[in-house]
Design a protein. Structure first.
Length: 331
């Protein structure tokens, strides 16, 4: 009888603890940022926190500066899953030092990657091309759409910051003197379409792109080296400045994206905060998910469920076996 009573008391204690953990997690608001990788990440977090940790999650629309300002001044939303910190580094460091915000895991394990790329099929056929300079020695391999006698360097759409850096690097590399012209695709769709066309026709392509993106999940590309390290001072003073008079060859920086949470969230989330600290994925993983989303015209929620259903080897490392079982059962 004593054993039975002790067991009952112990079980009641466990139940109370579980109920307390659930109550501690409570209601959470997550910023669903307005770009693809961050939108999917927010939906992955929603499913895992609701199904694995019994939280109640509300997704709210977000963008970099408005979300940061609201989190910093009003402690809402509770979390921004994929926050690009370079744009507000000084302010974020100050908020973290003063205890208002907490910088958790670097969600993109290898950072966001920018650069000049060529198709993998062309890189495989020409293993001597490892750098942008080596590519520029072969204008015949990258025919311009309007004048195939010249090579093409494909630029970003008008108004994008990368249009400025690509133009300055084109100038620094003296690409025009090497038989290349700088091609403006006009829009994001035009840029993506130029890559798709190159793969369909098996023709060379050289130009700016970035990861993680659906395009690089669908089409295998190789990023070329500029054969110099990133020079931040030069970047800030010239590479990223429109119409810089005397640009030098430079490499793109690697941008970092972290999960940022409010102090209140960290204090109330309990064991769910352990998940936030552990959660990160590679560009290859995100590229693959975004490619599936594009091909299937899926929502961010659809893509999140696809990831959880097809890549358990990635996300089960972020949570305990018990939490993983709960999430699997919910799918």
């Amino acid at each position: 009888m004593k054993k039975l009573l002790a067991s009952t008391v112990f079980a009641a204690g466990l139940y109370a603890f579980a109920g307390s953990a659930q109550a501690d997690c409570g209601s959470i608001s997550i910023a669903e940022m307005n770009w693809a990788s961050a939108g999917v990440a927010a939906n992955v977090d929603k499913i895992i926190l609701e199904e694995g940790y019994d939280c109640t999650v509300e997704l709210v629309s977000g963008d970099t500066m408005p979300t940061f300002t609201s989190m910093n001044e009003k402690s809402q939303p509770d979390m921004a899953p994929e926050f690009w910190i370079n744009s507000v580094r000084t302010l974020l460091d100050q908020a973290a030092a003063e205890g208002r915000l907490i910088i958790a895991a670097e969600i993109l394990a290898d950072g966001a990657v920018e650069g000049w790329w060529i198709p993998k099929f062309l890189a495989d056929a020409h293993p001597d091309i490892k750098t942008v300079q080596q590519a520029l020695a072969h204008p015949d391999l990258f025919p311009a759409p309007e004048d195939p006698s010249k090579g093409a360097v494909t630029n970003c759409p008008s108004g994008w910051n990368c249009q400025v850096s690509t133009a300055n690097l084109y100038k620094a590399l003296a690409a025009q003197d090497k038989g290349f012209e700088l091609v403006d695709t006009g829009s994001a769709a035009g840029l993506d379409g130029s890559i798709a066309s190159a793969f369909e026709k098996k023709t060379g392509w050289l130009g700016y792109y970035w990861a993680p993106t659906a395009i690089l999940g669908k089409y295998e590309m190789v990023k070329l080296s500029f054969d110099v390290p990133h020079d931040k001072a030069e970047w800030d003073a010239c590479t990223a400045v429109p119409d810089c008079a005397n640009p030098k060859v430079n490499s793109y920086p690697t941008s970092q994206a972290f999960t940022v949470v409010t102090k209140q969230f960290a204090e109330k989330a309990g064991v769910a905060m352990d998940y936030i600290k552990n959660r990160k994925w590679s560009n290859a993983t995100v590229n693959s998910i975004l490619a599936w989303q594009t091909d299937n015209q899926g929502t961010n929620e659809d893509a999140a469920k696809h990831f959880l259903e097809t890549m358990p080897e990635v996300w089960t490392k972020w949570v305990s076996p018990e939490v993983a079982d709960k999430i699997k059962a919910s799918l």
